[in-house]
Design a protein around this ligand. Structure first.
Ligand code: EPU
Length: 296
């Protein structure tokens, strides 16, 4: 049977889709198979079928932290961007994995619910944000999660879905601790507030980010995690790396922990630049920084 026929029940399958169109850094080759499920149930069924068929898969949300290889991915890439519904639930939301953080922030503002302000300016989707515990240096999105519904792999041909709360997963700074589990949806707890208060918090945070981060050029946010008690940006800056360039990829001169795409960067340029940044901070500051970007 033609494989695309077998997979039609999960929505249209596209082939040879350029991943550079789906990453904020604008790099990455083609995905052999590319799916955009419309609902969490479809995502779970699709993942189970791919596991049964032994087809390698990767989830791609807003691509705001991912560096797919120039050679692309010889398997199935599942883009969650069509699963973007947000439902009101008390003083919070039940949100599908593909809802964008900006849309959640807008909805919270309209309903006068506070708690998501720290995510202002972050271009991700909920699933990816939970996988990496996105946020600020001191705050992560898991701080407002009541529970998540996850697809769990490795159980033969039976679909397995689990619900977890924060305690059972124990997310850490920039690590949602999901292992190979995939977010289907989450229940988010917010607090009643007022539009002026939320707006003030959002504007203050956005102003600070606009002043310190290269927000108008393609990047994937911070390249490295902050080491305990310090800032990767400060260490990279102190190592003299601002402006360092490999091909079309450059260390931002505004914030040394951001790699920007000057127009024609490849994934190879980005990965080589990451290696040089990492080595320079070991050599000059004796700190072994951990990658935040996920290199495929
Ligand atoms: N700094 C420098 N030079 C630089 C960059 C920063 O000296 O080139 C110094 C700053 O002056 C400041 C300190 O380093 O004293 C910290 O910098 P900043 O306030 O910009 O925060 P950060 O720790 O670099 C963290 C998150 C960001 C988040 C901001 C604001 C990490 C790795 N980064 O940045 O998250 O937006 O706080 O909340 O935790 C991301 O993870 O992708 C990300 C952008």
């Amino acid at each position: 049977m033609d494989i695309s026929e077998k997979y039609t029940e999960f929505g249209p399958m596209r082939t040879l889709v350029a991943l550079s169109e789906y990453t904020t850094l604008r790099v990455g080759g083609a995905a052999a198979m590319f799916f955009e499920p419309q609902k969490p149930e479809h995502l779970a069924e699709l993942l189970t079928q791919l596991e049964i068929d032994g087809i390698a898969w990767k989830i791609l949300g807003a691509g705001a932290n991912s560096v797919p290889a120039d050679a692309g991915f010889d398997g199935a890439v599942i883009h969650t961007g069509s699963m973007r519904r947000i439902f009101r639930d008390g003083d919070g939301f039940r949100v599908w994995a593909g809802a964008s953080l900006p849309s959640m922030i807008r909805a919270a503002y309209e309903l006068e619910l506070s708690g998501l302000e720290n995510l202002i300016g972050v271009p991700g989707q909920l699933g990816g944000a939970l996988a990496m515990n996105a946020g600020s240096a001191e705050w992560g999105v898991w701080d407002v999660v009541e529970n998540v519904t996850l697809w769990v792999p490795g159980i033969g041909d039976h679909l397995k879905i689990e619900q977890h709360d924060r305690q059972s997963l124990n997310p850490q700074y920039r690590n949602g601790n999901l292992q190979q589990k995939v977010v289907l949806e989450a229940l988010i707890n917010l607090k009643k507030s007022s539009k002026p208060e939320i707006k003030h918090a959002q504007e203050t945070l956005l102003r600070a980010k606009n002043a310190s981060q290269p927000v108008t050029v393609p990047s994937a946010g911070c390249a490295f995690k902050n080491p305990p008690g310090d800032s990767a940006g400060r260490l990279l800056d102190k190592s003299g790396l601002k402006g360092l360039r490999v091909g079309g990829a450059e260390v931002s001169s505004k914030h040394a922990n951001f790699i920007i795409n000057c127009g024609d960067a490849t994934a190879a340029d980005v990965t080589e630049l990451l290696k040089q940044m990492h080595a320079a901070v070991i050599e000059k500051q004796q700190v072994d920084l951990e990658y935040e970007l996920v290199v495929w």
